[in-house]
Design a protein around this ligand. Structure first.
Ligand code: IMO
Ligand code: MG
Length: 422
């Protein structure tokens, strides 16, 4: 019985959705514990592609139970939209999807406040997904948030919404934004409340019942280590703890019941939005975009691309306690004659082996690269580790060694059968 926390070890979009889907074949319960609809987890099942934002990717495996934990921020209308999408694709969620009554709500005024904040920042904007994530977590920390428990408390909902909309509109006006009309908010949220009520539950208790029954639990991280509010490239981060500790606080999981932390990494690096990115390289970016890859699943923006960064990823392994690795998008490198890996940084002439604290310093670091020969072979049909070209195996083993973790999975395409257990 192994309970595993899956985390992104870079800047998000590491391929977590696909790996979760593969691992869910074994697991009994899949839990989301932080983030919100800023996440975009893509899963391919046969010819069908699903993009999930709030609902755990485990929902695509029949019979598996999915929990949206207390640490997630939920836009009820987005969630209803996602439920409708699954219904259309004939995925039955009844009796196997539960939403924490403690999870906070993302409100229309959060989106408006975020748009104002980004506008005011001008060229220093974070480049957020504009899903209202930051302001929703802000209200949670400021103790002015509304929770799922409030949403389904239909008797008191209208009064609560009235107060919060009034308060938020004062701020919006001060920012020069567009006030949100109370009636529209009330109509929208009461409607969503009726639809979501059957799913709302005490998921902490459900998690502990599952643990007591020796069920296997898998935590589906969203975003990545360098978007973590504490460990990431602040302020160019998201507003939650995306590292493994967040899975515990965001669900009620005790740390000593966690057996493994699985880090998902791309065989190269990508990032969406603003912020420092030491190994960014337009040539590898142009190549990947020309292959039709690396466009955001949530916003459609082209992702910034670069070489694998062993300095950042090793540090990610440390802060998360990563003992297992899933390396994805290996096939993205199939055509390259040479592949570079950043082994150290140079900052103002000094060699360093950690990610500096200040964003301005991270902007300034010069990567020290080691070059590996490319395999220039199509890997997408490999079935076993031995089927991979020797140069690809050497590259993957080298990066695993730098990170000091064991490769569990090598992924060579979006399909379930493009997955090699090492
Ligand atoms: P998944 O789960 C990649 C980025 C945004 C922006 C910053 C803050 O698919 O890996 P936010 O809207 O969260 O306040 O934006 O974080 N970001 C992501 N980047 N993958 C994600 O999720 C992301 N979620 C947020 O682009 O730079
Ligand atoms: Mg994504």
């Amino acid at each position: 019985m192994a309970n595993t926390i899956l985390v992104g070890a870079q800047w998000g979009d590491e391929g977590k959705g696909k790996i979760i889907d593969v691992l869910t074949e074994q697991a009994d319960v899949v839990v989301r514990s932080q983030g919100g609809a800023n996440a975009g987890h893509t899963v391919r099942v046969g010819a069908k592609e699903y993009i999930l934002h709030l609902i755990p990717s485990g929902i695509l495996r029949r019979g598996k139970v999915c929990l949206i934990g207390n640490g997630v921020v939920i836009n009820p209308t987005s969630l209803v939209g996602e439920l409708d999408g699954l219904k259309q694709k004939k995925v039955n969620v009844k009796g196997r999807l539960y939403i924490s009554d403690k999870a906070h709500l993302v409100m229309p005024y959060h989106r408006e406040l975020e748009a104002c904040a980004e506008r005011i920042k001008g060229k220093n904007k974070i480049g957020t997904t504009l899903r209202g994530i930051g302001p929703a977590y802000g209200d949670k920390i400021a103790r002015t948030g509304l929770r799922m428990a409030d949403l389904v408390d239909t008797k008191n909902l209208e009064a609560r919404l009235r107060t919060r909309v009034r308060e938020a509109n004062r701020l919006i006006k001060a920012f020069g934004g567009k006030a949100v009309p109370f009636k529209a908010v009330n109509d929208e949220y009461s409607k969503a409340a009726r639809r979501l009520k059957p799913f709302v539950a005490n998921t902490t208790k459900m998690l502990h019942d599952a643990l007591a029954a020796k069920k296997e639990v898998l935590f589906e991280g969203a975003q990545g280590t360098y978007l973590d509010i504490d460990q990431g490239t602040y302020p160019f981060v998201t507003s939650s703890n995306t590292t493994s500790g967040g899975a515990c606080t965001g669900s009620g999981m005790p740390p000593n019941k966690v057996d493994h932390v699985l880090g998902v990494i791309k065989a190269y690096t990508t990032r969406v939005g603003g912020g420092p990115f030491p190994t960014e390289d337009d040539d590898i970016g142009d190549m990947l975009h020309n292959m039709g890859r690396e466009f955001g699943a949530t916003t459609g923006r082209p992702r910034r691309c670069g070489w694998f960064d062993a300095v950042a990823t090793r540090q990610a392994a440390q802060v998360n306690g990563i003992d297992q690795l899933a390396i994805t998008n290996i096939d993205g490198l199939d055509k390259l004659p040479e592949i570079r890996v950043c082994m150290a940084y140079k900052l103002r002439g000094k060699t360093i082996d950690y990610v500096p604290t200040i964003s301005g310093d991270i902007e300034q670091v010069k990567p020290v690269y080691e070059t590996f020969p490319g395999w220039q072979t199509d890997t997408t049909k490999a079935k076993t580790w031995k089927d991979l070209p020797p140069k690809a195996r050497r590259y993957l083993q080298a990066i695993a060694k730098m990170i000091d973790a064991k490769i569990l999975i090598a992924s060579i395409g979006p399909a379930r059968n493009q997955t090699i257990f090492v």
